[in-house]
Design a protein around this ligand. Structure first.
Ligand SMILES: O=C(O)CCC(=O)C(=O)O
Length: 290
């Protein structure tokens, strides 16, 4: 299944592949210098914060995971609005999409495969599959991903199946692929795609990646940024990243604080928006233009 998609390919070509296979790979998406800075920051933070495996089936027994990355180092702010990735996500969701979370996933030697799952499995319990993506995941390779070192396992086309992997009638004999992509590549996939972190059968290689995940603006974020990212740290983030965190209203209504946008409450007039009223005015202006 591995093909030679690149950052130069059109957004349409990537979207067609996601519609058909459930995923695409954007090669050369991340500049080598940024790849190194991200990986170095993760490895330094793992040491400084004493990150150890969390020992759950989902999080692994030989995997170092770190959440809430935007609060941990400024370099991670370069990821959520990256120009090679965000345009794909905005087409799959819309411009009001939210950053659902960012997780560094460093899979160590001896790790077993993570159970296959869909990242929007929680929403699939309430919706009839197949459904529109309730999560879009971009998995950034910061070291080479190989079938041996824990490269993501995935089942092409499974985003279109009526079952999640946990359903009693889920197909058993499925075509599990093991991802190989060089550092600097990003796999972007539909949240219903069956996938999981791979087994690491190497003696000494750590597979380092970051999951940058997005959800529609009307869905609850997996990681809570309002409590997780201190106000003074958030104040230094680019405006587009703050929008992705939910500091603006979705469709002029969702997420308001006593009628105002969270961004206005936290950071002042540049995020000023009043629930209902501004959306109604925008609609009226559009009607007059017609
Ligand atoms: O590490 C990976 O390759 C995938 C991780 C994953 O799917 C998850 O943690 O939900």
């Amino acid at each position: 299944m591995q093909t030679a998609e690149t950052a130069n390919e059109s957004v349409d070509a990537h979207l067609e592949r996601i519609a058909r296979d459930g995923y695409t790979i954007v090669r050369d998406a991340v500049a080598p210098d940024l790849t190194v800075r991200l990986r170095d920051a993760i490895r330094r933070l793992e040491r400084e914060l004493g990150i150890e495996p969390r020992n759950t089936a989902a999080e692994g027994k030989a995997t170092r995971r770190m959440y809430n990355l935007l609060a941990k180092d400024p370099v991670f702010a370069e990821m959520p609005a990256h120009p090679a990735i965000l345009p794909l996500v905005e087409r799959l969701l819309d411009r009001g999409c939210l950053l659902s979370g960012m997780t560094a996933i460093d899979i160590g030697p001896g790790e077993e495969p993570q159970p296959l799952h869909g990242d929007d499995i929680v929403m699939s319990r309430h919706l009839k599959r197949p459904h529109a993506p309730m999560m879009v995941t971009s998995m950034w390779a910061l070291t080479d991903f190989t079938p041996e070192n824990g490269g993501t396992w995935y089942v092409p086309g499974s985003h279109l199946w009526p079952q999640t992997p946990h359903d009693p009638d889920a197909p058993k004999d499925v075509d599990v692929q093991k991802l190989a992509m060089p550092a600097g590549s990003v796999m972007v996939f539909h949240g219903s795609l069956w996938h999981g972190g791979g087994a690491n059968t190497t003696a000494d290689q750590w597979r380092c990646g970051v999951n940058v995940q997005y959800c529609p603006g009307f869905v609850r974020q997996q990681q809570n940024p309002y409590l997780g990212i201190p106000r003074e740290v958030a104040a230094r983030l680019p405006d587009r990243v703050l929008e992705l965190l939910g500091y603006r209203l979705y469709k002029g209504i969702m997420g308001h604080v006593d009628g105002r946008s969270p961004g206005e409450v936290a950071f002042g007039p540049r995020f000023a928006e009043t629930a209902y009223r501004d959306a109604e005015r925008r609609r009226a202006a559009r009607d007059v233009d017609r």
